[in-house]
Structures are given as C-alpha cells and as structure tokens.
Design a protein around this ligand. Sequence first.
Ligand SMILES: Nc1ncnc2c1ncn2[C@@H]1O[C@H](COP(=O)(O)OP(=O)(O)OP(=O)(O)O)[C@@H](O)[C@H]1O
Length: 290
Amino acid sequence: MSGDGALIECESLVRIYQTGPVEVQALQGLDLVVERGEMVAVVGASGSGKSTLLSILAGTDAPTAGRARVDRWNLLSMSRADRVRYRRHTVGFVRQQTAANLVPYLTAEQMVDLPMTVAGVPGHERRERSGELLEALGVGGCAKRRPGQLSGGQQMRVAIAVALANRPHVLLADEPTGELDTATSAEVFAGLRDVNRELGVTVVVVTHDPAVSGQVERTVAIRDGRTSSEVLRRTATADDGGTHIIAEEYAVMDRAGRIQVPRDYREALELTRRVRLALEPDHITIRPDA
Ligand SMILES: Nc1ncnc2c1ncn2[C@@H]1O[C@H](COP(=O)(O)OP(=O)(O)OP(=O)(O)O)[C@@H](O)[C@H]1O
C-alpha cells in the first residue's frame, strides 16, 4: 500500500450490518490513505457509507474485514482496553447533531475540562489547555456560558475544542455543518482549518455538501461503500503572476488494479460489460468493445 508512514490507512475495508436475515454492505472494499497533517473531506450521497467509515476510524464500530490502521493502532485487532485508550488519546470526534456533543448544564470550559479530568490531567494543565483551545477556536469569550447561551456555530466550535482536549492526532467530524446556515458553516470550517494548520491536527471531515470541497486541499468521494475518486486542489501561478486554484479529479485504483469508470464516461461511449484496454508508452486507453 502507498503512503508508508501515513497516519490513516484503510485497505479493502468492509463493514456488513446484519439485521435478522437482511445484510447491508455499508463498506464494500474501501481504500483511504491520509497523511499526517492533512485536512481531507469525505463526500458522498446519503447511504454511501461515510458515517460508517467515521465510526470505524473513531473506534466506536469495528470493521467486518479488510485493514484499518490509525497511527500505531490496528482497528481490527484492538483489545477493549486499547479501544478505550485509542478513543481517549488518538482520535477526537465531533458528531453530526450539535447538541449531542455538549452537556446542557456545563459551561464551555467545564466541558473542555471533562475529558482531561477523566484522563487524569492535573488541574493547572487542564485550565491552561481549555483556555488555549477555546481561544484558538475563537470562543474564548464564551468560556463561562452553557450550550443554551451559545449560537449554533459557537456550540460547534466548543464541541471541536472538547474533542481536542486530550491532544488527539486526528479530529474526525461527521457533518459538522449539517444544521448550520452557509455563513455559520463557513465559520466552523475556518475553525477546523485553524486547528489543522495551527495545532497540526489531522482532520477528516465527512459531508454530503459538495461545496465543502472548495474549502480543503483534498476531497475523497465515496460511492456505494468504495472510494471512487479524489479531487486535489493546488494553487498555481499564471504567466501574468496571478494565482489561481487548480482542481484535478483522479480515479482511485485499489491494490488489485480496479478502478471505477465514472457513469457519464461510460454512457458517453456506451461502455458496458467489456472494454478494450491498450497500453501506450505513457497512458492506457479504454475503448468500447465494438
Ligand atoms: N446500524 C446499522 N444497521 C443496519 N444498517 C446500517 C446501520 N448503519 C448504517 N447502515 C446502512 O449502511 C449504509 C451506509 O450508511 P452510512 O450511515 O454509513 O451512510 P452515510 O453516507 O453516512 O449516509 P448519511 O449521509 O445519510 O449519514 C446505509 O445503507 C445504511 O442504511
């Protein structure tokens, strides 16, 4: 697998949910590599498997088959005690529903304090860290407020601070802007980017909002439980010295060499079950089986 030393590596990941006689393949051989320090958006239609992937990375759900590694942890063979340690120190998780992340009767600083108390961090260190985090997320002025006294965007930024309390390497966010209007969601995204750049935390954010792709350098698209394509964005300098963003779409190839040809390409050339492949000096052509 490419990306040795990557922080997150998933290969041929499978998750099957069994409810009675019904089997749902939520992930059907998903490949994903995230390097340390990256901020990646995972996009896909409802039901494509995004939340399942995030629960596996968060250590709250276990894969059925395949490989999944985060930092030094193998997510398929962790003991119960390792799982607790992993969830406490390696990953921070921000849930889809803003309110689900917060405790209604605690203030922002008490909520950031809580996971550190559970982890046995001394009081002075806890106070310093929660002040720093709330400040870094632009909600330093809200330290003494309870969730009911915060706007939706502020609540989400406090939730991010809570998730980062124990200095995790990875922050996982499941639709963090799903309940927010456009302006507020841009604010929350700015918070995630600050966390990524200034605190060096690797961020994986799941969303069904394609507009989010414009806000991160790499977007990974999931379709039917598989990674189907990636969009990379980079800044290029034109001849006149001006800069602009170039977004390039890549198909993802798995270890066995399988790639998914996008539906519009297939339809345009009426590609069906068999295609002709030809190796050229620097590329491969795919032609209809005429
Ligand atoms: N606990 C479960 N039991 C049975 N099936 C499940 C369970 N959780 C998810 N699924 C199914 O697995 C598939 C993937 O679901 P998942 O929630 O990962 O998709 P998603 O891309 O996050 O969707 P959304 O954007 O709607 O949250 C769906 O078909 C879903 O119905």
